[in-house]
Design a binder for this molecule. Sequence first.
Ligand code: B12
Length: 357
Amino acid sequence: MSSQKNSHQLPPISSQGLVRLELEADQISLEVADGYYALNPKLYQDSHNTVQKMFKSDFQQHMNFLLTSMTSAAIKVFKDYAHWLKGVMDNRNLSVQHTVEVLYLMKHFITARLNDDDQIIAVTIIDSGVDILTGKRLKQNPVNHEKPNTPLLSADYTRSLVHAERLSAERIAMALMEQKLSLIDLEVHVVQPSMYKIGDLWEQNKITVAQEHMATAISQNVLALSFAKAEFNDPVEKKVLCSCVEGNHHGLGLRMVSDAYEISGWDVSFLGTNTPNSVIMAQVDTDKPDVLALSVSMPHQIIDLQKLLTCLRADMAGSMPVVVIGGLTLNNYQQLAYRLKADAWYQDAKAVWEDLN
Ligand code: B12
């Protein structure tokens, strides 16, 4: 089956289609794996434990991006993913052939479970990804395309992160604060672009996963140290509950947002990364915050955020806090942020701070 509709006119997949794919994801994974090992029997025999583990996590990732694209009618989400994947593999001299085989198998086993309209959506989206991986579309790297240029200020800081020099990173931050750079400006104009740069360097295979982890740990320290030097407004008798949604392991951005509230005089509760929806709901009930601030970093987390908002609206009715959302993926796909119908979306911690002050 080939794609028939103009990709710009794609509607979202039906809710029955989505439920079926979510419920049967494990089964689809097994069917795709069987097909894949039938095509590549040597891979299965050689080291099937490692290969099987990698296969499972790669499949999960393809499925996450695909489902987000299908439910949000945003083909761009899957195309951006394919560009990103191709970049990551090209930079490591890895062939995309196996990924393409997996996507073809996914197309087969997914469409077998969908009605005609949903099949067209799935096929159009998967084919658009395969075209990019096989080089039929213009090469570009659109993820993060809206990121600010790394300003001069953060170049030295980035170097300290790359070389895992904690003291040097801390010295740079302290010197900038002594020159009256505010906490929020330090966070948004120095640490944030440097961390984006760290992501780019990892993507280009120029730094290791270990370097990326050390850079995060150093920036967490820098944030804590700088927070202690920040200027605070008087208390305003307002409470915010900050949390990353289930599945989001990126916590630094939310920490900056929580700092913006705290230095503006708000009482802050910080739940951190990867918090289950049920825990967030229970904490809203206990804390009764004025604002609930939620962070998402990868496209598929938008589905979990949507589910959380639906449950909150059903459960809290009149006592619903103001919901503020943000995160890398909402910056990249702003139309999805608006569709979630939260009370507010901000691009970064500076925008939050400006609104509060
Ligand atoms: C450090 C890092 C990690 C760390 C995070 C540790 C931690 N405790 O935070 C770890 C190792 C856990 C990690 C894991 C992964 N990561 Co990562 N990671 C990064 C990296 C390098 C930096 C993240 C960061 O700190 N950014 C700086 C902060 C300050 O920016 P920010 O999050 O955008 O936040 C600002 C705004 O978005 C906004 N905001 C954020 N939250 C909120 C909330 C509200 C309410 C509001 C109003 C605003 C707001 O304000 C913030 C401050 O101004 C990014 C690169 C990047 N471009 O971000 C990759 C990146 C996001 N990761 C990526 C990937 C692929 C992954 C993994 C899938 C890797 C893997 N194979 O395991 C996993 C997925 C984890 C998950 N499910 O969430 C990719 C995503 C690509 C894509 N296609 O979407 C990126 C872009 C790297 C890359 N260039 O390829 N990662």
